[in-house]
Design a binder for this molecule. Structure first.
Ligand code: MCA
Ligand code: AMP
Length: 499
């Protein structure tokens, strides 16, 4: 039995699955190409048996064919981020220990730098296409399917393992809630190393027999051009993208604005998530597009959990109610349920919840309480609707929809010459939601500039983790116990930004 997602594709064979810079690709093309990828990865073996296959492939048809190919061969798909420098790629490779890396030719040099010292073979997507598809294994849906990396409050990003069953639950919950059909066409501008792009857009589209119009990344003008296409029905993005689409609309002339607004109002659904959507952005987007954004809440470990309704009133500043199949609770620090209106930690249970953190049984055990996943998000329920109040930890920063760990960035900055101690904080920012800022206590005589810090962390940290602001201080603010007080550090920057 092939995996359900892939079995369904035969029913849509002639429909267009993906449109990318190379043109249109049907479901039949996807089945053929992913079959070739699977055969090439198997190299005559019967089953990859959950061997990890990492892949560095930009969003588009080749990405989908590679992901499906790994799955059809019985492997675990480990998507690598195209924006990551070799230091970040190295962490994922060391942690997942893949048997092979599939790379798009454009990333060959970067991936060789990380793969060669580890002795991991690299196969180019261009080399995979011709392989004759052979007999493929039966892959039970309970098997591990994907590992995605997410930042936490401790150390380096952790690998979140989901099975095919869990991915299916995440997808079908959204397909039901948002009434996806084969007639849908969605624009993908999100990166494909996180749930938002992989599950909510690409996999929901492919599950439904719909068309995924893949852009090579996010550019406000290009996205507007695609939104003007009459066949587009759905769009999903992070708040920073909506802010930038609003700016591009503001910059257009009045004739173009009218056409842009008319185009947008034809879509059947526009969704925002990954970070808090400010009510001002929701309101401005309504003026620009005639659309009330549907805000939802999710996490790498659980897919989507809460959402405003497709039909009916969407309450601004809230993330709605549990999605189909998802159970939610709000508890106090002793894990007792709190009354409606009282803030507490959000717990989630359901078939959507991940299996484990890769090779971290203690972290996995610590993440659950009696079978409920502890999100670490503080929420309050009012009139039946969930409102996200923030994270339980100041060391988690959300910048432009990416979750980053202050501690991981501090570790990188602390290793720079001239740095005695440092503290990284997220500061409210009109474009990014939160901006990564670093305060540094320097060693006597050292001169440190923001440029220096940025340049020297560039090969270790993803671009979105690199600090955007620096303050060199003689002493970091500390409490009576000598512990750095993060709110006081954030205040140093907030004063500057007038926030
Ligand atoms: C890029 N930069 C960033 C970010 N993105 N800095 C901080 N935060 C970011 N998010 C860096 C760039 O590398 C560049 O660095 C500088 O900032 C300016 O870049 P710019 O061209 O303005 O940005 P961009 O490259 O256009 O990217 C902005 C973006 C991107 C399109 C909004 O951040 C993005 O795709 N965000 C979505 C992330 C996402 O999918 N999150 C989902 C995970 P330099 O100047 O050094 O070159 S959360 C999730 O999956 C859960 C389940 C959920 O609920 O959805
Ligand atoms: P990630 O682990 O990268 O998947 O990010 C998940 C985190 O993003 C959640 O734990 C929340 O803190 C945050 N998040 C996702 N959606 C929303 C939303 N609509 N409003 C506020 N925070 C959100």
């Amino acid at each position: 039995m092939p995996i359900d997602l892939i079995a369904r594709a035969t029913g849509h064979a002639t429909r267009v699955a993906v449109v990318d810079s190379r043109g249109q690709h049907s479901y039949s093309d996807l089945l053929t190409s992913s079959g070739s990828v699977a055969a090439a990865l198997l190299r005559g073996a019967g089953d990859l048996n959950e061997a990890r296959v990492a892949f560095l492939v930009p969003p588009g048809f080749d990405y989908a064919a590679t992901q499906w190919g790994v799955w059809r061969a019985g492997g675990i798909a480990v998507p690598l981020a195209v924006s990551h420098p070799s230091g970040e790629l190295a962490h994922v490779l060391d942690d997942t220990d893949p048997t092979a890396i599939v790379s798009h030719p454009s990333f060959e040099a970067r991936i060789h730098e990380a793969a060669e010292p580890r002795g991991i073979p690299v196969v180019l997507t261009s080399e995979l296409n011709g392989t004759e598809p052979g007999v493929l294994p039966d892959v039970a849906e309970q098997r591990r399917a994907m590992i995605l990396y997410t930042s936490g409050t401790t150390g380096k990003p952790k690998g979140v393992v989901s099975t095919h069953t869990q991915i299916r639950a995440q997808v079908t919950s959204l397909v039901d809630a948002w009434e996806w059909t084969a007639e849908d066409r969605v624009i993908l501008t999100l990166p494909l190393h996180h749930v938002h792009g992989i599950i909510n857009v690409l996999t929901c589209a492919l599950w439904s027999g719909a068309c995924c119009d893949v852009l090579s990344g996010f550019d406000a003008r290009e996205t507007w051009a695609h939104l003007m296409d009459r066949t587009v029905t759905l769009f999903m993005a992070v708040p920073t993208m909506y802010r930038r689409l609003i700016s591009a609309w503001d910059e257009a002339n009045s004739g173009d604005r009218a056409a842009m607004s008319a185009a947008c109002s034809r879509l059947r659904l526009m969704v925002s998530g990954s970070a808090a959507l400010p009510v001002t952005v929701l309101q401005r987007w309504l003026e620009v597009s005639g659309q009330v954004l549907l805000e939802r809440y999710g996490m790498t470990e659980i897919g989507m959990a809460l959402a405003n309704p497709l039909h009916g009133e969407r309450a601004p500043g809230t993330v709605g109610t549990p999605l189909p199949g998802v159970e939610a609770r709000v508890v106090d620090q002793e894990m007792r349920d709190v009354a409606a209106g009282t803030p507490g930690e959000l717990l989630i249970r359901g078939p959507n919840v991940f299996l484990e953190y890769w090779r971290r049984p203690q972290d996995t055990a610590a993440a659950f309480h009696d079978g409920w996943f502890k999100t670490g998000d503080i929420v309050v329920v009012k009139e039946g609707c969930y409102r996200i109040l923030g994270r339980g930890s100041v060391d988690i920063i959300k910048t432009g929809g990416y979750k980053v760990s202050a501690l991981e960035i501090e570790e990188a900055v602390r290793s720079l010459p001239g740095v005695r101690e440092c503290a990284v904080v997220g500061v409210p920012d009109p474009d990014w939601g939160e901006r990564v800022c670093v305060a540094i206590e320097s060693v006597a005589g050292a001169t440190l500039t923001l440029d220096d810090v940025r340049q020297r962390t560039r090969d270790r940290l993803a671009p979105y983790k690199i600090p955007k602001d620096l303050k060199v201080v003689t002493a970091l603010p500390r409490n009576a116990l000598g512990k750095v007080t993060k709110p006081a550090v954030a205040a140093l920057f907030a004063r500057d930004s007038g926030t």
